[in-house]
Write a protein that binds this ligand. Sequence first.
Ligand SMILES: CC(C)=CCC/C(C)=C/CC/C(C)=C/CC/C(C)=C/[C@@H]1[C@@H](COP(=O)(O)OP(=O)(O)O)[C@]1(C)CC/C=C(\C)CC/C=C(\C)CCC=C(C)C
Length: 417
Amino acid sequence: MTTIVSPKESLSCVLRFEGVGLNLRNKRRGCSFVNFSPGYSVLRSEVVRTSEEKVYEVVLKQAALVGEEKLLKRRSLDHRTEDAADAMTNPNLLNEAYDRCGESKESKWTIFIALMASWESYMEALIVTVRSSITKKRNKLWRWLIMNSGTLLMTPERQRAIWAIYVWCRRTDELVDGPNASHITPMALDRWEQRLVELFEGRPYDLYDAALSHTVSKYPIDIQPFKDMIDGMRLDLKKARYKNFDELYLYCYYVAGTVGLMSVPVMGIAPNSKASAASVYNAALALGIANQLTNILRDVGEDARRGRIYLPLDELQRAGLSEEDIFRGQVTEKWKIFMKGQIKRARMFFNEAEKGVSNLNAASRWPVWASLLLYRQILDVIEANDYNNFTKRAYVGKAKKLMYLPMAYARALTIPS
Ligand SMILES: CC(C)=CCC/C(C)=C/CC/C(C)=C/CC/C(C)=C/[C@@H]1[C@@H](COP(=O)(O)OP(=O)(O)O)[C@]1(C)CC/C=C(\C)CC/C=C(\C)CCC=C(C)C
């Protein structure tokens, strides 16, 4: 076993169990650490910086912005579309910009938004959900949950800020995963990044950008996680294999951990929380990573059919599996053992995330708990499907999802530790 010491504030350290291929994040207790040097790890006397450490620097930078309200005020006379420029000065247009972000939700979920508006209508929602789950095929309830009931209790300002972030993330993701993905070049991503820089400087390109431009001027949100998400899309254009978990971790940070870092400044940290901002951001990062790892495990078959494998190749190899095994898609004993290890790791990230939720502002906890509990369920379903994630999509039924809402609500009442 090799021990790597990371400079985390929590004094956590990463244990790499080479035989199992798992990275376990434990408290210092129990770690026989080799050396300690801020920002670096020492692995067999050779200095290496793990992805986790690089990402943690971003976490610390974001956490340091909490309470700093001076990021704002990036204005310029230059503009791209008249509407977008006007939105920066005209409150009506700005409202329209935010409304447009809100409208981008999938219409099939709107019924739930209305029904979930109060506890009294909960049972009604349940009945409609059960009924519709019988008649409709695959759904994206979780997205609805995050984006609708998810923001139900937040102040309208925070809700719309989350919407603006969501829409930017979705548009970014669609560049490489949407209908025009085959036409996307690295240059297009460069232009998208340039547009991002400009919206952070108060020069939005369109109304969606105007909403985000306003959001980033109101909350202590840094541009780095947004740039990093675009880097994740760049990676997706050129990379279809991940040598080890370190590479995969970085990818997960880019495409999902960043979402956590973007959201916390809007959700806010509870005023009575004793936790450091860094630990809350770290939990947010962990939730993004956990969600993405879960997403990957759910979509193994689907990704393989696109020629992609988002699994650590070295761990596959140690489990006696090859790329061909993934493309063949047969659930063997080796596959089950491999999957058990992957699921265990994803759950560890969920556990890490749990530590931070009760330190968020009270109004933001319910949606976050809900998304955590629901997304984590997918892992249970993969197990229930006897690890067949090649041809069976792990799917959490709507009724079950709705039943988790009160549980999430109860957890949201927990006071910050
Ligand atoms: C209330 C709440 C949870 C708010 C977050 C809302 C938000 C801004 C979401 C953006 C999601 C998005 C569109 C990301 C783009 C990249 C992407 C697609 C990532 C994958 C999501 C899965 O989406 P889906 O199931 O639709 O997948 P397919 O497109 O079908 O493949 C991801 C797996 C990432 C999702 C990651 C998060 C939502 C981060 C959650 C973390 C927080 C909100 C921080 C919480 C704070 C603490 C302290 C724990």
